[in-house]
Design a protein around this ligand. Structure first.
Ligand code: F6R
Length: 259
């Protein structure tokens, strides 16, 4: 696990965009795993700026992490809408290469299996972008999710529904269920890039990075990932016991390790 601490959320966005853009330059048909929520918005905005000038994203594919169950894909808060308006359109991705797990299918189990199959057929995810829930979730893998889980239906934790109520007219409008890539699905990505900013993430981040690997903090499974980059701002890093070591390691990172 590489932990990179930068001053603020804007620095998180720019450095994350450097990492994603470098991958796309090396591999123009890269497959990205796409988180929604607030954490990656600065990254997507920064990538959109680069896509408008120097970065060719036309062959990039994307798989969203999750979707609410029961929302029409045209609903402004469905992740199908959010991915289209925040990612596909501004980054100039080919809509045919971007998939969101369907939350309105009549046979959700089957559509989850088909989503997994589509990821396999694309050759797997090269880089999975992740945010971190205040309760330690990644995707919508809530505490006690199985570490080997695949894309499936989950019940949202009350804390997650409260956190996400800010996106809906009323708290009760937040759906109770979702479909989410599993922790096993996320762990299959070649690289994972976890983004976190702000004091509300400090406790979950410390547990994820330095706590025991435990299903109570689903993000802690990333300690077992062969290439996990944790890119956070100072406020999110406030609970890290080894913060000075992470700063030292990044400041002294050899050039050959930077690509
Ligand atoms: C969203 C997702 C969630 C969020 C997490 C953090 O697709 O998978 O895990 O990344 O809830 O949300 P924000 O970034 O809004 O704080």
């Amino acid at each position: 696990m590489e932990v990179i601490i930068v001053p603020g959320p804007n620095d998180v966005a720019v450095l994350a965009a450097d990492i994603v853009a470098r991958l796309i330059q090396q591999r123009p048909d890269a497959v990205l795993g796409l988180a929604t929520g607030s954490s990656p918005l600065g990254l997507y905005a920064e990538l959109a700026r680069r896509a408008a000038t120097t970065l060719d994203t036309t062959r990039v594919s994307g798989f969203a992490l999750d979707e609410y169950v029961g929302l029409d894909p045209a609903h402004p808060q469905s992740y199908a809408s959010v991915i289209r308006t925040q990612v596909t359109e501004p980054l100039g991705l080919d809509p045919a290469r971007v998939q969101v797990p369907p939350g309105d299918a009549t046979d959700l189990e089957r559509s989850c299996a088909e989503f997994e199959q589509a990821i396999r057929e694309a050759g797997g995810v090269d880089l999975q972008i992740l945010g971190l829930g205040g309760n330690g979730h990644i995707g919508f893998n809530e505490p006690t999710s199985s570490f080997s889980s695949r894309t499936r239906i989950k019940t949202l934790a009350p804390a997650t529904r409260r956190d996400n109520a800010r996106f809906f007219p009323a708290p009760d409008d937040v759906p109770t269920h979702c479909v989410t890539q599993g922790l096993g699905t996320i762990m299959d990505a070649t690289t994972v890039l976890l983004l976190a900013a702000g004091p509300a993430k400090a406790d979950a981040l410390a547990k994820a990075v330095e706590g025991p690997v435990a299903a109570l903090c689903p993000a802690s499974i990333l300690q077992h990932h062969r290439r996990a980059i944790v890119l956070v701002d100072e406020e999110a890093a406030a609970g890290l016991a080894l913060a000075d070591y992470y700063r030292y390691a990044y400041a002294n990172k050899p050039e050959w390790q930077r690509s």
